[in-house]
Write a protein that binds this ligand. Structure first.
Ligand code: GRF
Length: 202
C-alpha cells in the first residue's frame, strides 16, 4: 500500500507511521508533502529517505487551485492512501471527493466533541474528565467523517493544555499507525458514509 502523508508541522505522527512501516511489508510512505517549508516533518522524511515536496499557497490563490496543484503532486506517486498528519489546511470538496474512502485524518479530540482548533484547552474549560484522539475517514464536512478508532486519556484537575496535549499525542502515535496498517491490509473501508472493519460497521 503506497501512502502519501500531508503535514504542516512537527510530524510526530508522521514519524510514528514511518517507524511502523519500516519493514515496508504492508505499507510504505512514498512521499511527504507539506504546505510549510519549515515543517520539521520534512526533515524527518529526509532522514528516512522519503521523497518530499512543499506546496506553498500563493497570495490570493483560490483554494481549488491550490488543491489542484497539491493533487497533481500526490497523484504522481500513485498512492493507495492519503494520510493527513497535522495538515493545517481546509480541503476543497473536489479534493476530498477525489480521495474519498482513501484519505484519513487524526483529530485531537473524542469526536464528535470539539471539532476545529484548540481542542485541549476547550476540553479543560468544558470540565471534561476524558479527552483523546480520533482517526477518521475524511469527508467534505470538517472533522465529521466516520470515526475508525479513538484513544482516551484522563483529564486531571490541575491539567494544562500543554500537558493534556502531550498525553493525547502519545496515544495518537499508537492509534494512527495501527489504522494505517488496517487499511493497508485491506481490512478497512468507507461505505454508505460509514467506516467498516473486517466487514463490520464500526
Ligand atoms: C496532532 O495533534 C493531530 O491530532 C493534529 O495535529 C497534530 C499534529 O502533530 N491533527 P504532529 O505534527 O504529528 O506532531
Amino acid at each position: 500500500c503506497r501512502v502519501v502523508v500531508l503535514i504542516s508541522g512537527n510530524g510526530s505522527n508522521l514519524q510514528a507511521i514511518i517507524d511502523a512501516c519500516q519493514d515496508k511489508q504492508h505499507a510504505e510512505v512514498v512521499a511527504v508533502i507539506s504546505n510549510k517549508p519549515e515543517a520539521y516533518g520534512l526533515i524527518r522524511a529526509h532522514h528516512a529517505q522519503i521523497d518530499t515536496s512543499c506546496v506553498i499557497a500563493q497570495k490570493g490563490e483560490k483554494r481549488a487551485d491550490y488543491d489542484e496543484r497539491l493533487a497533481a503532486i500526490i497523484d504522481s506517486y500513485q498512492p493507495d492512501l492519503i494520510v493527513l498528519a497535522g495538515f493545517m489546511r481546509i480541503l476543497s470538496d473536489g479534493f476530498v471527493q477525489r480521495y474519498l474512502g482513501r484519505m484519513l485524518n487524526i483529530h485531537p479530540s473524542l469526536l464528535p466533541k470539539f471539532t476545529g482548533l484548540d481542542t485541549h484547552q476547550r476540553a479543560i474549560e468544558a470540565g471534561e474528565t476524558e479527552h483523546g484522539a480520533s482517526v477518521h475517514f475524511v469527508i467534505p464536512e470538517l472533522d465529521a467523517g466516520p470515526v475508525i478508532l479513538q484513544a482516551k486519556v484522563p483529564v486531571y484537575e490541575d491539567d494544562t493544555p500543554e500537558l493534556l496535549a502531550e498525553r493525547v499525542h502519545e496515544q495518537e502515535h499508537a492509534i494512527y499507525p495501527l489504522v494505517v496498517k488496517w487499511f493497508a491490509n485491506g481490512r478497512l473501508a468507507m461505505k454508505d458514509g460509514q467506516a467498516w472493519l473486517d466487514g463490520n460497521a464500526i
